[in-house]
Every structure is written in C-alpha cells, then in structure tokens.
Design a binder for this molecule. Structure first.
Ligand code: C5P
Length: 265
C-alpha cells in the first residue's frame, strides 16, 4: 500500500480499518530520545519491525522527532504506512490558531496523519487547525482528561460556562466540544475509567476515545476497555519490555476483549 493511497482516506477511517485488519486497538508510543539520532532510529526501527503486526497505529513523541530529525522521522512514518497503519505526532498543540495550523501543516508535510491538540485554547485556537487537517483528511485528537495524577487540577476543575448558572466539569465541556467540532478522537487516561465512562456517554459513539496510561502509569487495559476506550496508546510497557513482540501481541489480544468489531468510526 503506498502512502498516496493512504492519503485518500480520512484518518479516522484509516485507523478503524487498520484496527480491524490487525485485530488490535493498540497504538505504540515511541518516546525514545536518549543518545545519537542513528541509535534512536535503529531502536525505533527494530521495535516497529517486531511489533507492527500487533498495532493499529504508531505515535511519535515530539522529543523523538526532535532527536531523529526530518529524514529518519519520514523513514519511520513510511514504515508504518507500508504496513497500512497511520502515524500520529503527539505535540498537544496549545497556541493561537495560526500557529497551531502552521505547526500541524509542517507535521503533515513530513507525512504524519494526525496530531494531538489541547482544547484549552478554545474554538478560535483550533478552528484553523481543524480546517487544514480535514481538508487533507488528517486527524485531530483533542485532550479531554490527561492520564497523570494531577490531571484533576485542570481537566477536572469545575467551571462556569458562558451564559450558564451551574458549574460544569471542564472535561465534560471538552468532550461536548470535541463532538461539536468534529474531532477525530479524544484522549482520556486509562488511569481514570470513571471519566472514560462519562466521556463515552457524552460522545454517544461518534468520537473514539484514545487512552494512554496503561501499564507503567498504573492504568488497566481491561478496565479502560470495559469503560469504553476505543484505542490504547501504550509506550513503555511495550518499548521497554524484554520481548516487545510478545507484549504487543498480548495487549492487542486483550484490547478487543470478546467484542471483535466494536470501535467508533
Ligand atoms: O510509556 P507510557 O505508556 O506511559 O506512554 C504513554 C504515552 O502517551 C506517552 O507518550 C505520553 O506522553 C502520552 N500521553 C499520556 N497521557 C495523556 C496524553 C498523552 O500519557 N493524557
């Protein structure tokens, strides 16, 4: 499959199809950055070669892209594409609209298929980003509730939305906005299954939930799956495993549970 053919499909459909084809809801998070670029590249390459059949997506951290540089990054993206799976950049864009759009365009020109963004910047901070991304069939994944212990301080605060008299949890507003703005996914940490459940009911099956935080951060894949997670973002529990092929295969198997086809399109 060439990247030309890949680029004809919207990101959201592509990852859905990849997930069914590989029988996996696992996106591997490659966050390597220590050491010379060639070493990071070789390690990433080896990791993908061992795990790619157990994945529906690849996510590169910004630190990895900065360490690898343009050409090596493109090589990894092409490796994912040649196995018909999309590649995300996790930059959590958090700037004014024009800057978010410019950063995303640069990532898309490199070959990335989707980018994460922070809805704290509000509609005008995201509108140009959505416009650019969707014109090119790329994906925008919005943070809704992070996976780390202090996520409550921001995403979990109660706020008074404009024109309303009753306070509302920030993450609930973000989930509603993701639905309204046509996001291709939202991030809710696997460490907070109760919030996954709430987000699932707000999103009414229209926006998939991406959950990082499985394993190393303490989240349980099974609990998140039962709460409604559609895709699992898993880093160190695969990348640092003695046998990443076995670890990724196990996560892939459990990621579907009994239901082999449930996933939001
Ligand atoms: O190694 P681990 O499985 O904890 O990696 C999780 C990945 O997901 C990391 O790249 C981390 O930056 C990212 N992430 C997260 N929590 C969020 C959003 C992204 O852990 N809310």
């Amino acid at each position: 499959m060439t990247s030309d053919k890949n680029s004809l499909r919207p990101y959201k459909d592509w990852i859905f199809n990849a997930s069914r084809a590989h029988r996996s809801r696992v996106i591997v998070a490659i966050d390597l950055f220590d050491g010379p670029p060639e070493k990071i590249f070789n390690a990433s390459n080896r990791l993908l070669a061992k795990t790619i059949y157990n994945l529906c997506g690849v996510k590169l951290g910004r630190q990895t892209v900065l360490s690898l540089g343009r050409q090596r990054t493109q090589h990894l993206i092409r490796l994912a594409h040649s196995n018909d799976i999309p590649c995300l950049i996790d930059d959590k864009l958090n700037d004014i609209g024009e800057t978010n759009e410019a950063i995303a365009k640069t990532y898309f020109q490199l070959g990335f298929d989707g980018v994460t963004a922070n809805p704290f910047v509000g509609e005008s901070g995201l509108r140009p980003l959505f416009r650019t991304a969707h014109r090119d069939r790329k994906g925008i994944i919005l943070l809704t509730f992070m996976s780390h212990p202090s996520a409550f301080e921001g995403y979990g605060q109660r706020v008074l939305p404009k024109g309303r008299t009753i306070p509302e949890f920030q993450y609930r507003l973000f989930a509603r906005q993701a639905l309204k703005w046509g996001a291709d996914g939202v991030v809710v940490g696997a460490t907070y299954p109760r919030i996954i459940r709430e987000a699932k009911s707000i999103l009414s099956g229209k926006v998939p939930i991406y959950s990082p935080g499985v394993g190393t951060q303490g989240g349980s894949l099974e609990e998140a799956r039962e709460a409604g997670t559609d895709y699992f973002i898993i880093g160190r529990s695969i990348t640092l495993a003695t046998k990443p092929d076995v670890a990724s295969a196990n996560f892939a198997r459990v990621s579907f549970g009994k239901d082999q086809v449930r996933s939001v399109r």
